[in-house]
Every structure is written in structure tokens, then in C-alpha cells.
Design a protein around this ligand. Structure first.
Ligand SMILES: C[S@@+](CC[C@H](N)C(=O)[O-])C[C@H]1O[C@@H](n2cnc3c(N)ncnc32)[C@H](O)[C@@H]1O
Length: 220
């Protein structure tokens, strides 16, 4: 088990604090991202780095033909997701590292990934984009939402101070660690570029509050 898996296993019981510490913005942008897709009816959905399944409550119009696969390497997150959704949705869970899992090419209509990309190493980002590009089927969509490093100096300072001092003091130092990953994550532009190289088209790519980006791409 690597350090990141242990970290997410450890914080799972208090993961809800992210919603509180982010003043509700994590939830707001996650909902905006998931609802870029107007209907999940009859779709094969992959919720990548699914955590406790926070995305799943925002799926619009799922039906009995909606196939949901979640993937996360944290056992604690997977157990919580299972207990929350076992009676509401039909879900197949993959409890493994994305980079060590084989998901067949062209097997998914919608790939969602919320707040999971910032911990991907620089050397693996293009591999990540390439794999998603292969997994998504014709007319399939990929939606990624992530915290990014603010470009404006004063916003950067505010976010650093808020997370490293206020959040860490009130909610625990493990939540303060989040800043380390935001600091490293300039933008989703590199993923976007690779999707374009892989012949996917960009539906939208926006930055909100100079802190969160949502990238939506599609295979034509
Ligand atoms: C910040 S949480 C996001 C959870 C959820 N998607 C959300 O919106 O709150 C990131 C999740 O990604 C998982 N994760 C990170 N890297 C992973 C990898 N390489 N393979 C599988 N899961 C991974 C972690 O276990 C964690 O549950």
C-alpha cells in the first residue's frame, strides 16, 4: 500500500470536512461538472478516483440501464461508497490503482474524475490522458474537475494561508496537506492538450474563482 492510499484510508472517516473547509465550493463545482451531462440514461459511466461516491448523487436521470463503475484504491473509501449506494444504484467497484488496472478500450460513455488528478505525478499525466482517451467510446465524454494553483499572487497567498493555517488548525494538519498538491497543479491545460492530440474535441474548459477548473472533452 503506498503513502497516498494510506492517507486516503486514514482521512476517509473525516473526508466530509473537505466540504465544510471549502465552504461548499467543492460540492458546487463537483455538481456543475457531473451535470455537464444532461442525462445518464442508458450510459456506461466510470467514476474515476471515486472516493466515497460524491459524484453519484448528482447523476441526472440514471435508469436501470445505467452501468456505473467506480475506481478507487482506498479500501476505506470503497467500503463507504458501497454502504451508501448499495440499495440505490447498481455499481461495480474496482478497488485498485488506476495505473495498474486494465479497463477495456471503447468501453465507457462517460468518464468522471473529480478532485483526483492533482495527486497524479507529472510523469504520469500524459499516460493518464492517453488511457482515458482509449477507454472512452465513440461520442463519449470526459469531465474532470480539479483545484488548481491561483495565477493571481494575492489569491495564491490567501488560499495558502487559508488552507495551511486556518484549515490545518481547525480541522487537522492532514487537511492542510492539500495545499501541497494545489501548489503543484498549475492547470488542466496539459491534460487538455493531450486529449486534443488524441483527436478528442474540447466542449469547454473554464477556470472558476482562479482556483477550480472544469474540463469537458468529447470523442466525436
Ligand atoms: C480527493 S479524493 C476525491 C474523491 C471524490 N472523487 C470527490 O469528488 O470527493 C481523491 C481520491 O482518488 C483516489 N486515488 C488517487 N489516486 C488514485 C489512483 N492512482 N488510483 C485509484 N484511486 C486513486 C484516492 O483514494 C481518493 O479517494
Amino acid at each position: 500500500m503506498n503513502d497516498l492510499q494510506q492517507y486516503f484510508d486514514r482521512i476517509q472517516p473525516r473526508y466530509y470536512i473537505n466540504e465544510i473547509a471549502s465552504l461548499g465550493f467543492t460540492r458546487l463545482f463537483r455538481k456543475m461538472a457531473v451535470q455537464k451531462v444532461k442525462s445518464y440514461k442508458n450510459k456506461r459511466v466510470l467514476d474515476l478516483m471515486s472516493g466515497q461516491g460524491e459524484n453519484l448523487k448528482f447523476l441526472r436521470e440514471p435508469n436501470e440501464n445505467t452501468e456505473i463503475i467506480t475506481l478507487d484504491f482506498s479500501t476505506a473509501m470503497n467500503l463507504k461508497l458501497f454502504s451508501t449506494f448499495k440499495e440505490k444504484l447498481f455499481i461495480r467497484q474496482i478497488g485498485d490503482d488506476f495505473f495498474e488496472t486494465e479497463i477495456p478500450d471503447n468501453s465507457i460513455d462517460i468518464i468522471l474524475c473529480s478532485y483526483g488528478t492533482k495527486t497524479i505525478g507529472e510523469d504520469q499525466k500524459l499516460v493518464f490522458a492517453d488511457r482515458l482517451s482509449r477507454i472512452v467510446d465513440e461520442k463519449g465524454e470526459i469531465i474532470i474537475v480539479e483545484f488548481v494553483k491561483p495565477k493571481t499572487a494575492w489569491r495564491f497567498t490567501c488560499v495558502k494561508w487559508y488552507i495551511e493555517i486556518i484549515v490545518a488548525k481547525f480541522f487537522g494538519s492532514e487537511f492542510g496537506k492539500l495545499f501541497h498538491y494545489i501548489h503543484k497543479n498549475e492547470s488542466l491545460q496539459d491534460l487538455k492538450n493531450q486529449f486534443v492530440i488524441n483527436q478528442l474535441s474540447v466542449v469547454s474548459h473554464k477556470r472558476y474563482l482562479d482556483l477550480v477548473e472544469i474540463l469537458h472533452v468529447k470523442r466525436n
